[in-house]
Ligand binder design. Structure first.
Ligand code: OSB
Ligand code: MG
Length: 373
């Protein structure tokens, strides 16, 4: 498969409501999409999950744009791609920047699946079946709005709720929710806001029957996570700490985490995600698919991945309407009877509304030959 053209475009989508985490508040999302043109006329799409500011990760929209424009895309125009696992070989020399690499890699998986006429989930080894999904709820102004929000999500059919926590807004907040919703599949995400000094406070969470506690400590603190895990019954799930299969191997060796959140963007793409999934499945370690407030393009990739058999916990793969007034794909992603399924068709099964995308686009760059539109 030869890539004859590449386009990079950036646009902004306002979030339906602000999303607050221990890092701060987001009210819109700047999104980069990668569009690939294959020699047989097919197109592949990928989304970059880097955020506006370097808080969740050191990458940002601007570092990803520069890395894609200067180093990644020029290596591929006019070049043959050998297979999904070898996609990134020509840029393996680039240190780090997994989110920039993943945006390209995922577009290339989509293109390969389309050129073979198969759905992406099939190429990945998934079932393509509808999967139960969860919702990630940001910090709310008060308990009443939090309860109302959770009730509305449960009515839509979400299979579990994840709440953002931070020091000072943790144990009481979660205890209130547990008292009000005794049966709820509930988990908490601290986005690296604690240190080992908070261990006794975090131990109080053990009585709340949480599915897991996501990334309580700093990104680099695998040893401290192992120490904390030895003090907790609640399973620790790692998010920010995991940037590759090597990180998972180390974390398992140290018992620094007993569950893993796989985000293809954070680990450099779908091939690495699948390798992590395969290792965890072989070891009986549960994984689930995380989210980065993606548009419908990134969501479609995540959903295909989440149909692999080792994704035994509901992912942060929510409906388009949970994030956007209007998504860039049409029809949008919706829950059906509490589950979400990949859209039928080759590749990721969806494509952006090009007219709308053109109207929203703030910057664009093209390499090689691209069809019009
Ligand atoms: O920590 O999982 C996270 C969003 C942006 C950055 C980091 C995280 C999140 C979420 C939202 O929790 C998940 C989603 O619904 O996309
Ligand atoms: Mg997280």
């Amino acid at each position: 498969m030869r890539i004859v053209g590449v386009e990079l475009l950036e646009f902004a989508l306002p979030l339906r409501e602000p999303f607050e985490t221990s890092f701060g508040v987001r009210s819109e999302r700047r999104i980069i999409l990668v569009r690939l043109a294959g020699e047989e006329g097919g197109e592949g799409w990928g989304e970059c999950v880097a955020e506006e500011v370097p808080s969740y990760s050191y990458e940002t929209v601007d570092t990803a744009w520069t890395t894609l424009e200067k180093f990644i895309l020029p290596a591929f125009v006019g070049r043959e791609i050998l297979g999904p696992r070898e996609i990134l070989d020509p840029v393996a020399w680039i240190r780090g920047h997994p989110m920039a690499k993943a945006a390209f890699e995922m577009a290339a998986w989509d293109l390969q699946a389309k050129e073979q006429g198969v759905p992406l989930w099939e190429l990945l080894g998934g079932s393509g079946e509808a999967v139960p999904v969860g919702v990630s709820v940001g910090l709310q102004p008060d308990q009443d709005s939090l309860f109302r929000k959770i009730e509305a999500y449960l009515e839509r059919g979400y299979a579990r709720v994840k709440l953002k926590i931070k020091p000072g807004r943790d144990v009481e907040l979660l205890r209130g929710v547990r008292d009000r919703f005794p049966e709820l599949a509930l988990q908490a995400d601290a986005n690296a806001a604690y240190t080992l000094e908070d261990a006794s406070r975090l131990q109080e969470l053990d009585d709340l029957d949480l599915v897991l506690l996501e990334q309580p400590l700093g990104e680099q603190e695998l040893l401290d996570h192992a120490h904390l895990q030895s003090l907790l019954r609640t399973p620790i799930c790692l998010d920010e700490s995991i940037r590759s299969l090597a990180d998972v191997r180390l974390a398992l060796e140290l018992d620094a985490g007993r569950v893993f959140n796989i985000k293809p963007g954070r680990v450099g793409g779908l091939a690495e995600s699948k390798a992590i999934h395969d290792l965890c499945r072989a070891r009986g370690v549960p994984v689930w698919c995380g989210g980065m407030l993606e548009s419908g393009i990134g969501r479609a990739h995540n959903l295909a991945l989440a149909t692999l058999p080792g994704f035994t916990l509901p992912g942060d793969i929510s409906e388009s309407r949970r994030y956007w007034k209007q998504d860039v794909i049409d029809p949008e992603f919706e829950l059906e009877e509490g589950r979400m399924a990949p859209v039928p068709g080759a590749g990721i099964g969806v494509e952006p509304d090009l007219g709308r995308l053109r109207a929203l686009t703030n910057r664009r760059i093209g390499f090689g030959t691209l069809s019009s539109g």
